[in-house]
Design a protein around this ligand. Structure first.
Ligand SMILES: NC(=O)c1ccc[n+]([C@@H]2O[C@H](COP(=O)([O-])OP(=O)(O)OC[C@H]3O[C@@H](n4cnc5c(N)ncnc54)[C@H](OP(=O)(O)O)[C@@H]3O)[C@@H](O)[C@H]2O)c1
Length: 242
């Protein structure tokens, strides 16, 4: 039976690159996205074996929806071996000026899917004795980030989820890892002004943003050669945090 991977944020830059790579690797795909119907149609249209690809629109800001959608997916698909959480939003503003709705959105999109989706998939992974859960964190998950305090809170939580769940599940053959990117060239960076982007670029030793495909390279590594790794948060940032 073909292996299946579920990817959140599949309409985004990083999630889309991971989807293309896993499609090339022969995985069936469940592609979750928030609202970008055009982006997801373009992605699914470009993938080989369309009958093995299912797109599911689910706004993670509605937790009742995500709970029932997660349980339905787990009931329908018994062959999900890989779960990638690549959905995410960022907000750049002073912490005390952030409105509660924006804070709630950060928690809902960046963290809650890890609870609802992984809890629905873990039983089938335990039954099969194998599974990979990979989340996209950020360099701000473990470092101080002024103007991104709440975003960094969510990524720090994601990283502790990674270590804790790895400890809980590793003896059952389930690996839990995270990737902490620096600047990757996707839509999420559009919240930087041109001068902020230039300043950011000049601080990166490699003098360029990363490409989403480079994150997909790391996911491929974790699923193939890196099978003795669990509970790790791997930084990929062109030397920014050195
Ligand atoms: N790019 C970077 O420089 C960078 C650096 C560090 C970490 N990251 C992390 O990498 C991950 C992917 O980001 P990206 O760069 O690929 O950004 P992106 O291109 O903006 O993609 C974000 C994805 O999240 C989904 N999403 C947003 N709000 C949602 C909601 N309410 N419900 C469901 N899905 C929602 C989007 O779906 P729709 O558009 O369909 O709503 C989209 O698929 C994020 O967790 C981000 O924090 C990115």
């Amino acid at each position: 039976m073909a292996k299946t991977a579920l990817i959140t944020g599949a309409s985004g830059g990083i999630g889309g690159a991971i989807a293309r790579r896993l499609n090339e690797m022969g995985y069936g795909l469940i592609l979750m996205y928030g609202s970008n119907d055009t982006g997801i149609s373009a992605l699914t249209g470009s993938l080989a074996g369309h009958d093995n690809v299912e797109a599911i629109r689910c706004d993670f800001r509605d937790s009742r929806d995500i709970d029932s959608v997660s349980r339905n997916i787990a009931e329908k698909h018994k062959d999900i071996e890989v779960m990638i959480h690549a959905a995410g939003i960022s907000r750049r503003e002073l912490f005390h000026e952030m409105q509660p709705e924006d804070f709630e959105d950060l928690i809902s999109v960046n963290i809650k899917p890890l609870y609802y989706i992984t809890r629905s998939l873990i039983p089938q992974m335990i039954e099969k004795g194998t599974g990979d859960i990979i989340s996209i964190s950020s360099i701000w998950g473990s470092r101080a980030a002024s103007m991104e305090v709440a975003y960094a809170m969510t990524k720090g939580a994601l990283e502790q989820f990674t270590r804790g769940l790895a400890a809980e599940l590793s003896h059952m053959g389930i690996r839990v890892n995270a990737i902490a990117p620096g600047g990757i060239d996707t839509e999420i960076l559009s919240n930087l002004s041109i001068s902020e982007r230039d300043e950011f670029l000049s601080d990166i030793p490699f003098k360029r943003l990363g490409r989403p495909e480079e994150i997909a390279d790391l996911v491929e590594f974790l699923l193939t050669k890196g099978r003795y790794m669990t509970g790790q948060v791997i930084t990929m940032d062109g030397g920014y945090t050195l």
